[in-house]
Design a protein. Structure first.
Length: 455
């Protein structure tokens, strides 16, 4: 615990939804929901306007549509959000070398380590300056909490939402925590909270009064002792600049169960490519390839294969995932597929691709002429399953040869509706085109802050 509030917690406000509102002037001030739009989709983020209708993160999208039928429902644009996050994290690193990202939109910062704060006044000044810099750089707002520990700083940023700053002075932690629900403490989820409720403990002061021995009896040595310390307001966890990633994975849930084995193989290979993209972006390689399959009856199977050495080669990961798929019974249908890589390292085993090629050559030599013909037919069949028409997902960026930049409002029955506007323009006009209009193309997102204006 510190004598000065030099631990800062930043939490961007409704990040995904706010980024969409900033990039689409016609949606500002209106309810926006970002997430999977299919019947099995869930809400990733809801704007504050949508939250007034009861929509929240992790809610089934169908329920969200019933609560807020007139909201704008958009697919996530993770590459866009990641680019904004990188700008925010760079601003944090200017404050201190000790920045601990928790997600794309959330991080702890040790202001003392950066030499920018050593008391209440300097900490508040650093926090206010950060909020101004984030708004100028990204066009978005973030909420800042300042305290003498990570736990209290996070509570402070939650109280600051939206677009605010709250500083909690060291020494006031027990008074602050006492009347709060036990769920406010790190490590107390729904199950632990219910367990404590049945034991008659619903507030943090109840935990403090129960004593360490009782909490250890209820929750075990490590969890009980840790929870008792936190109930007393103690949290000496340091801000850790580097967090070692344990695995990299991607997965997709399908609107309709997949039954075609060739289509399933195609999706696994596509996921493998995406997984390797993330693996390389993080600067890692990995030894263990993991396949996840959730079947029609919600049973989930996980299969893994460990290679001779770490790799970040898409061919190697794709082939390993394909081999794992061969050992899985997909009869009845598949609702979710995932591919991951674990056993991460920061180097690659150079001969793995050569190994994969040699294995493939050996298999090819063993294939009979009839088998080769069947393989060709399988490739043709896979190509037949590829979508012929372009898919225009709501929220995605497009550019028209005549009308310029815009975004997809919706599509169906061979038509796509586009609103043409830019982050720095007013609400734009809506036009409808054929889905295969040659003058309409997908495009990269525009920056939220106009570069010449920023300069």
């Amino acid at each position: 615990m510190r004598a000065a509030p030099t631990i800062l917690h930043l939490d961007m406000d409704a990040f995904f939804a706010a980024a969409e509102q900033a990039s689409k002037p016609s949606l500002r001030g209106k309810p926006v929901v970002v997430g999977g739009l299919g019947p099995r989709g869930v809400v990733a983020t809801a704007s504050y306007e949508a939250r007034r209708f009861g929509v929240h993160s992790a809610m089934p999208m169908g329920q969200a549509r019933r609560l807020a039928p007139n909201a704008a429902y958009l697919v996530p644009r993770f590459a866009f959000y990641r680019s904004i996050s990188e700008q925010v994290m760079e601003l944090l690193r200017r404050l201190s070398p000790l920045v601990e990202p928790l997600s794309l939109d959330e991080a702890f910062v040790d202001l003392e380590a950066g030499g920018v704060a050593d008391d209440d006044a300097s900490a508040r000044a650093a926090g206010e300056r950060l909020r101004v810099d984030i708004l100028a750089t990204t066009g978005l707002t973030g909420s800042v909490g300042l305290a003498g520990s990570k736990m209290i700083a996070k509570i402070a940023s939650e109280e600051a939402k939206p677009d605010g700053l709250v500083l909690i002075e060291p020494g006031t932690e027990r008074e602050l925590l006492g009347p709060r629900s036990v769920r406010i403490l790190p490590g107390v989820g729904p199950a632990t909270g219910e367990h404590l409720r049945r034991a008659g403990m619903t507030t943090v002061s109840d935990l403090a009064e129960a004593g360490e021995d009782e909490l250890v009896r209820l929750l075990g040595r490590a969890h009980g002792a840790s929870l008792y310390r936190m109930a007393q307001g103690y949290d000496d966890r340091p801000v850790v600049a580097e967090r070692d990633a344990k695995s990299v994975s991607v997965e997709d849930t399908f609107d309709v169960d997949l039954h075609d084995r060739v289509r399933i193989r195609f999706e696994v290979e596509r996921l493998a490519e995406r997984c390797v993209g993330r693996l390389r972006a993080s600067g890692h390689s990995g030894r263990t390839i993991v396949l996840k399959v959730r079947r029609y009856d919600f049973s989930t199977l996980t299969r893994s294969e460990t290679l001779r050495g770490p790799t970040d080669d898409p061919g190697v990961v794709r082939e390993a995932a394909g081999r794992l798929l061969e050992a899985v019974d997909t009869t009845g249908g598949v609702r979710l597929l995932g591919v991951g890589v674990s056993g991460l390292a920061d180097y690659t085993q150079e001969d793995l691709f050569a190994q994969a090629v040699a294995d493939a050559d050996a298999v090819a030599e063993a294939v009979t002429e009839a088998g080769a013909s069947a393989a060709v037919e399988e490739v043709v069949e896979a190509e037949d399953h590829a979508p012929v028409a372009r898919h225009w997902a709501p929220g995605n960026d497009v550019r028209h040869a005549v009308y310029g930049a815009g975004w997809v409002q919706g599509s169906g029955v061979g038509r796509v509706t586009v609103r043409f506007e830019e982050p720095w323009s007013g609400p734009g006009r809506v036009r409808t085109f054929s889905v295969d209009d040659p003058e309409l193309e997908p495009s990269e997102p525009l920056p939220l802050v106009r570069r010449d204006a920023a300069a």
